[in-house]
Design a binder for this molecule. Structure first.
Ligand code: FDA
Length: 497
């Protein structure tokens, strides 16, 4: 409530925020979580909480009047369409050089992501977070994160014959024929539920193609794991459709937090002020970076250091499709939950997830989201003229990622006698190089913060999300974000409370 004083305020309810709130609550601290998106706990008029991938509606996008689908075209036709403006689940946030996709609502990115739960290879960890003790991460915090998230591996015997993974088996065949390591990757989907979907005994979710606009069943989003545990502590309140706009030192100690209450068309309906002893920034890489850069530049938190806003990367994301021969059908039924990838990281700097194209029709296409070892890092800065935060990412930087992805797909195309699809991202455009699903960095660990996320210059302010990670994790990021948050909050509880 307006004017309240609270011990802990957490900005955002994604991975970093959920770990923070759970562990503090278990340590006996009362926690208030503030989330700008919706609760996503109430079915719409169609009886479902979330819209299907093939039929986006007002629930699908964050405050847009037209969809901005990652694949903008299909067989030469643009597929975006008008929708009512609403505080929907997927934010396609536009910066000058890149579109950053993010989840909005209680659970953050866990609401919209593909559930791929990948622990980076140990040999790569020193390059990801050089100041963090790898032994501790791999013995304690990665296992804790994997357990908390409900990560499991697909039953490979079932996978070998499941029609919904034909696309992945085609992906394996092509990878192996070209000599690339094909690796299974864990996921947070409930595999028993997927088998029941296949048997027709439960409502379909992954097998109905649900993913980027939410899964109505089967996927263990944070709502079913960390946030369910948070609720059972009885010590955490979650306030939705509230957006934190400012944090500044309060006269009597602690921090004054300004919060806009918004309605479902995004208008501010009330502004509230709360005083918090401690504030944990967990608004995601973009959300946290935007707040910190603005607060430093506008004088609310002038003592933040010059590392704030720096070290941002796109995890090297680039997408592409390949056109297969007619004898390599990928199947009209495709599970929306990826299970595998092609690992050419050491040799070519690319790890490609074998992704579905859940269109419901046979496309003869193989589709991939590559994570690449790009060196490019951008910086957020405050633009006083527009009153917004800009990002210095250059579209041309994606060419490095394309070249790395080509180390895999040029070779496969040559071996198979196939070509790239040119119809998925526009007319005659092969590469989805305008976007990222994996924003990382902007308040890098041991630079903008100490080695555990304490912001330099302001005791009681912390960063707990993907902005701590300097731009790349070599694989999909949420397990590392969760594990790092588990590590940091343990240290903070032991030393600061
Ligand atoms: P996250 O973004 O999860 O949470 C931040 C929360 O803060 C959001 O709920 C946001 O609304 C809220 N917020 C922001 N600003 C605020 C403010 N000012 N006030 C109040 N609230 C605010 N990763 C992976 O490992 N495997 C995968 O398969 C995929 N797949 C995938 C698909 C798609 C389509 C997307 C968009 C992303 C993925 N990801 C993924 C990425 C993964 O989801 C992402 O890395 C994490 O969600 C990031 O976790 P954080 O805790 O950093 O923030």
């Amino acid at each position: 409530a307006n004017g309240a004083r609270v011990p802990v305020l957490v900005v955002g309810t994604g991975y970093g925020g959920s770990v923070t709130a759970l562990r503090l609550a278990q340590a006996g601290v009362d926690v208030h979580m503030i989330e700008m998106g919706m609760a996503w706990d109430t079915p719409g008029s169609d009886g479902k909480i979330f819209a299907n991938t093939t039929t986006p509606d007002h629930r699908s996008f964050w405050l847009r009047t037209r969809t901005k689908q990652p694949l903008s075209n299909f067989l030469g036709f643009p597929i975006d369409k008008n929708i009512p403006k609403y505080t929907g689940i997927l934010d396609a946030e536009e910066f000058a050089g890149i579109m950053v996709y993010q989840g909005r609502g209680v659970g953050g990115g866990s609401l919209v992501n593909g559930g791929m739960a990948v622990t980076p290879k140990r040999e790569n960890f020193a390059g990801i977070l050089p100041s963090v003790n790898a032994d501790e991460m791999y013995s304690t915090y990665y296992p804790r994160a994997n357990a908390g998230l409900g990560v499991t591996s697909v039953d490979q015997r079932w996978w070998e014959n499941a029609p919904c993974y034909q696309y992945a088996r085609v992906g394996r065949k092509h990878a192996q024929r070209s000599g690339f390591p094909f690796v299974f990757v864990p996921n947070v989907y409930d595999w028993d539920y997927m088998k029941a979907e296949e048997a027709g005994t439960v409502p379909k979710s992954a097998l109905a193609g649900e993913v980027i606009y939410g899964n109505n069943a089967g996927k263990k989003s944070l709502q079913k794991t960390y946030i369910a545990q948070i609720k059972s502590t009885g010590r955490v309140t979650i306030t939705t459709l509230h957006k934190v706009t400012s944090v500044a030192p309060a006269a009597g100690g602690g921090y004054t937090v300004l919060i806009d209450e918004i309605n479902t068309t995004g208008d501010t309906v009330a502004t509230k002020s709360v005083t918090a002893d401690r504030v944990f920034f967990a608004a995601g890489s973009v959300g946290t970076s935007k707040l910190l850069v603005k607060l430093k530049a506008t004088g609310a938190l002038p003592n933040l250091n010059n590392e704030v806003g720096k070290g941002w990367g796109d995890n090297g994301n680039v997408m592409c499709g390949r056109a297969n021969h007619m004898w390599d059908a990928t199947g009209k039924l495709q599970s929306s939950m990826p299970t595998a990838g092609i690992d050419n990281w050491a040799a070519g700097g690319a790890f490609a997830e074998v992704a579905p194209l859940p269109t419901g029709i046979e496309t003869y296409a193989s589709f991939y989201l590559s994570i690449t070892n790009t060196p490019h890092r951008a910086e957020f800065s405050w633009n006083a003229a527009t009153g917004k935060v800009d990002l210095s990412w250059q579209t041309a930087w994606k060419q490095t990622s394309i070249n790395m992805a080509k180390t895999i797909f040029d070779k496969i195309n040559q071996k198979e006698g196939t070509i790239y699809r040119t119809d998925l991202f526009g007319t005659y455009k092969i590469w989805g190089d305008h976007l990222t699903y994996h924003p990382l960095g902007g308040a890098v660990l041991n630079k903008a913060t100490d080695n555990y996320g304490r912001l330099h210059g302001y005791p009681g302010l912390y960063v707990m999300d993907g902005s701590l990670i300097p731009g790349n994790v070599t694989v999909n990021p949420f397990v590392t974000i969760t594990a790092l948050a588990e590590r940091n909050i343990e240290n903070i509880i032991a030393n600061d409370l």
